[in-house]
Write a protein that binds this ligand. Sequence first.
Ligand SMILES: Cc1cc2nc3c(=O)[nH]c(=O)nc-3n(C[C@H](O)[C@H](O)[C@H](O)COP(=O)(O)OP(=O)(O)OC[C@H]3O[C@@H](n4cnc5c(N)ncnc54)[C@H](O)[C@@H]3O)c2cc1C
Length: 278
Amino acid sequence: MMNVPERKQANAPSIAADWLARFAAALSAQDAAAAAQLFLPEGMWRDVLAFTWTIRTHYGRSEIEVMLRDTLARTKPCNFIIPPERTLPRWVSRAGTDCIETILEFDTAFGRANAILRLVPDRENRMLAWTLNTNLQELRGHEEAYKRPEAQEDTRDFGGKSWLERRREDAAYADRDPAVLVIGAGQAGLAIGARLRQLGIDTLIVDRHARIGDNWRTRYASLTLHNERHVNHLPYMPFPPTWPVYLSEGHASQLVRSLRRRDGIERLERYSADRRPL
Ligand SMILES: Cc1cc2nc3c(=O)[nH]c(=O)nc-3n(C[C@H](O)[C@H](O)[C@H](O)COP(=O)(O)OP(=O)(O)OC[C@H]3O[C@@H](n4cnc5c(N)ncnc54)[C@H](O)[C@@H]3O)c2cc1C
C-alpha cells in the first residue's frame, strides 16, 4: 500500500496529462484566452524561438494571451506528448515551491520543439501552470546531422596537403566570406558554431581575447564552474569521464580550446584585428 507522499507522486503523471490535454485542445482551437486561463494569474511563459522567434518571457495571463493571439496562427503547435523515455512528471521543489515538473515535446509548423512545465495548485486546488518554458529544438528540413568530414580525394597522397595546411587555407577566407559571423568564442559561440558547421554552414567565430579559452583563463585561478559537469557539456564533445564534478577554469578553457581545434570544426577561427587567423 502506498503512503501519502507516494500517492501524491503517483498522481503526478495523470495531473500533468490532464493539464496538457486541455492546453493542447485550446491551442488546436486557436483559443488564446482558454490557453491563458490554464496559467496562474501570475504564471510565466518563457519562449525560446518556438512561438515568438525570439527569447521573451510573458508575465501573467493577459501577456500570455496577447502573445498567443500574435503567434498561434502561424506556429500551429500540435502533437504534444510527455515523452516516456525522459524524466516523467514528478513533484519537485523549485525555488522553494512544490510543483509538478513535466518535460513535453511538440511540433510546430516550423520544426520540433520541447518544453518544461511546472504546475502548482491555485487557491481552489486546481493545478495550473506556474511556469512554462518552450524551446524550438530544430527546424524541419534542417535537422541536425552528425557527420564526419569526408576524406579528401588525395588523402592517400603523402605529398598532399596536411590537415593543418587545409585548415589554415580554409580559415584564411581569402576567396570567400563566411555565411555566418559569430561574435564571441565562449561556450555559446563555440556551441552554435559547431552546430552550424554540422549543418554545412560556413561559420566564422571572432573574439576580442587573444586565445580561445581566455574568457575563463583571465578570471581567477581558483575558479570552478558553479554547476555540476553533467549540465555543462558542449556539443559533440562530452567531458572526459575522469574530470571532476566541478570543472576548474583550466578544464573549462582547455575544453573550449579543444572544441575549436577538433577536426569537424576547423573553420571556426579567431581573427586578430587585422584579420590574420591565429
Ligand atoms: C565563476 C563562474 C562559474 C560559472 N559556472 C557556470 C556553470 O557551471 N554553468 C553555466 O551554465 N554557466 C556558468 N557560468 C556562467 C558562464 O559564464 C556562462 O554560462 C557561459 O560562459 C556563457 O557563455 P557565453 O559564450 O554566452 O559567454 P562568455 O563565456 O562570456 O563568452 C563571451 C565571449 O564573447 C567575447 N566578446 C564579448 N564581446 C565581444 C566583442 N564585442 N567582440 C569580440 N568578442 C567579444 C568575450 O571575449 C568572450 O570570449 C559561470 C560563470 C562564472 C563567472
